[in-house]
Each structure stands twice: as C-alpha cells, then as structure tokens.
Design a protein around this ligand. Sequence first.
Ligand code: SIN
Length: 286
Amino acid sequence: MALSIRNLNAALGAEISGIDVSKPVPQPDIDAIEAAWRERLVVVFHGQTLSDPQLIAFSRNFGELDSPGPNPYGQPFLKEHPELNVISNVVENGKPIGNLGDGEAVWHADMTYVDVPPKAAMLHALEVPPPEAGGNTYFANMFEAYASLPADLKRAAEGKIAVHDASRNSAGMLRKGYQEVTDVRATVGARHPLVRADRRSGRKALFLGRRPNAYVLGLDVPDSEALLDALWAHATQARFAMCHQWTVGDLLMWNNLSVLHRRDPFDPQTRRVMHRSQIKGDERIA
Ligand code: SIN
C-alpha cells in the first residue's frame, strides 16, 4: 500500500489513504503525514480500526502525549489510559463515559487555557450517529483568517494579549474545581497574544482559543468585548472552514495552534463515542 495525500476542496484539510496506522508506520510516511498536517492543518484517515494502545502508539510518532484537561467529573474517563480523553454522550450505569454530551461544542482550540497548549490532537471515531442526526465537526484555518483581516482589525489585534478561560469546556460545562466567572477581568487561564507567528514559517495566525469569558488585557470590558466579537465573527466564516461528517473508523489529526474547531449538536437518542489523544506542544505562543 502506498501512502497517498489528497487536499480537500476547502481552505484546509487533506485526506490520507493507503495506510493502516494500527501497525508501526515507517518514518518516511510519518514525515509525509507531518508535512501534510503542517501545510493543510487537518489530516483525515478513513477505515482505521484502532485499540487504545494503537491510538497511543500512532500519536506518539508526533511527540509526547499531554493529559486531557480536567473534566466536569474530576476523574479520567479511561482508567487504564488516562492520557486519552473520551468524547461521548453515552451514559452507562448513571455515569457519563465521556465528555461534551450531545450539545454543540462551540468554536475553540484545545486546552489553550494552559501556558503551552498541545500542538496537535487526534480524534478516532468508534461509534457515530447516522449522518442526519448531526454531530459534524468543523475546522477553520487561522492563517487564512489572519491574512484576510481588515487592516483596522489587524492593527487592533497586534500586540494584544487575551486571557483564555479554564473554567468551562467547549460544551459550556464547568470543570471540577473551578468557579463561575462573573467578571471577565478575573477570568482564570493562560494569557496568550491574539496573533501568533508560526515558529518555522513565520506566518501569522489568529490565536483566539475560546470566546466565552475571554478578555483582552488592558482594555475596558466593552472595548475588549467589541474587539473579540469582531475577531471571532471574522475568524469563523465558512470560507475559512471545512466540515467533517463522521464515519466509524475515521481518524482526524489537527494542528491545534493553527485551527479552531466546533461540533454540531446531535440527536441525544443516538450514540457517539470517540477517543482522543493530545500531543504536547513545545512552544509558548508568541
Ligand atoms: C473536540 O472538541 O475535541 C470534540 C469534537 C467532536 O466531538 O467532534
């Protein structure tokens, strides 16, 4: 089987075929996947049957794994593999087996509320609702979003630092151990520049993380809200995005520092089970 890479007809994304990632992957193929991930920001594999140890082993080709952020229940979902996260609406014996439920997961990048956020995440579909039941996932290209910003917004964002809220996950659930934010000036979480320069290419990208409870340091709250609203409205336009409709066995890997993603709500009567790894970042955002 020869590895083949086909760009999706969108502002980002590439489909990779001719590979079974449950087996050890030769280094030249890892290099090709990494290059596609750098360039196209999201890579999509279909038909991958992976156990948790196989998902972990494939993920480790790209770096050390990061533990998932704290979830609302205060305990890892997979006791045997705490380095994996479970994204699911399924409740067994009265206990959710995973995070985020069946509602919308709003636009966000993963774990940007820490100082060194993961550089990549991988999501593997084990059970998915039928296509008409919802649950599609969208990714938006933050290089393109920055490049096409109107000049006044570019100027307004340049040099500004924002706080990325740690208290709630992308489904709006309060994480265990966190307080409700009542004043965005007191939001708890890492502080990062609104504009990031890619370490290798120097290309600039918007780095927005998550909208709820964000605050731009040094601005009055109404000015901070207005700037963030304008940047978010620009960055989340369909022209910068791709949509992924899931099939069991899909594996997606995204460039967490260069994209935002969101998920549609889906029919609560259906089951959706996905396992996710996060690959440690190795840079402060600058
Ligand atoms: C996530 O934000 O990692 C979950 C995306 C999804 O459920 O499709």
